[in-house]
Write a protein that binds this ligand. Sequence first.
Ligand code: ATP
Ligand code: I3P
Length: 350
Amino acid sequence: MQVGDLRSSSTGTLQPSHTHHQQHLGESLEHQQEQQQQHRQQQQLSELAATARAGHVDHLVRCDHQVGGHKPEEGKGKPLFQQGAFVFKPLPVGDPRSFHELLFYERIFDLKTPSTPGTAAIAHEMPLPRSEDVQELRLLVPKFAGVVLADDDSVEDLTKGNNSYLKMEDTSASFRKPCIADIKMGIQTWGENASESKIAKEREKYPPQQTLGFRVVGMKVYNATTDVFQPYGRKFGLGLDESTVAQGCRTYLSTDGGASIQREVLQLILVKLRAILSWFERQRSFRFYGSSLLLTYEGAAQAGAPPAVDVRMIDFAHVFPIVASDNGSLGRDDGYIHGLTTLIRVLEQL
Ligand SMILES: Nc1ncnc2c1ncn2[C@@H]1O[C@H](COP(=O)(O)OP(=O)(O)OP(=O)(O)O)[C@@H](O)[C@H]1O
Ligand SMILES: O=P(O)(O)O[C@@H]1[C@H](O)[C@H](O)[C@@H](OP(=O)(O)O)[C@H](OP(=O)(O)O)[C@H]1O
């Protein structure tokens, strides 16, 4: 907090000043406020521990099939962890995005709402969705297993309130050689409450998002000939545009280094994408910004057996309720629908 901010301080007694004495006063107030904030976070964390439905967990290991999202090696926070058939997504106390995502899962899985102090404070931001929308949506997202606290995180993580996680189904768990693509959907990738600078940053990041309505965030493809996974990172996706995105999709669908594509997998993915599109055309509860579709198929399918394919919606840090217009009608998520329609068309033409 800047000294100049003191004028608006809730104490109402301090005025901005440039004298040393008052500057010290400002600094100590700042320190006090920091301590109070830390204390509040600690309190939230222990309340979270008390309310966490799925309890504690230890021996988490770094997820070995994360293709997008926060990665420390890219200077972007804490990554995804895994254990058994679950993944664990960090829920840093104090980050409104993560509590927003938790609130979304609570609304979808009809858990006692609100379940944590973090979501209680923002419950008004996401009114209960229409039940007919939610029933089907539950099948389109990873199953949610609650909030857990990791027992074996570092003391530093504990004091920063960083050891809680969203526990959810690992959509790759049943695959031997999962080939994965994370595709960020929609024309708009920022939330309805985004600042001007966030909007500018997002617009600049990937202009084809406006026309395509999607962006390949990252992929991982198994090469059955060499028995090696090939990763495709952020740069790969940002390098695709309207004229090259089809080639990017071919790369995802080839397990022989590009010689051919998995036609059966492609057809099954299309079936699932059309089902998601059909839901979007009917639902009137949510608009999804910066949310992804996570595509997975088996890279080492048994000959003769139908290939396993999974398509799921993930990453709900910026989901907003659709509110009724003046005449009481509810709109649709046109940005997501545009992206899905384009993606389906690109895949149909491969
Ligand atoms: N339920 C899941 N099962 C398997 N893998 C998952 C699951 N959820 C996420 N992942 C993996 O983790 C990556 C990041 O997930 P997610 O987009 O939710 O994280 P994030 O850090 O919020 O991302 P962003 O920085 O784009 O907001 C995905 O690209 C995917 O590879
Ligand atoms: O995928 P990229 O290109 O790495 O970009 C990040 C991605 O779009 C995240 O979804 C976003 O977080 P939000 O979902 O919160 O917008 C983050 O914004 P940030 O810079 O504000 O963290 C971006 O940097």
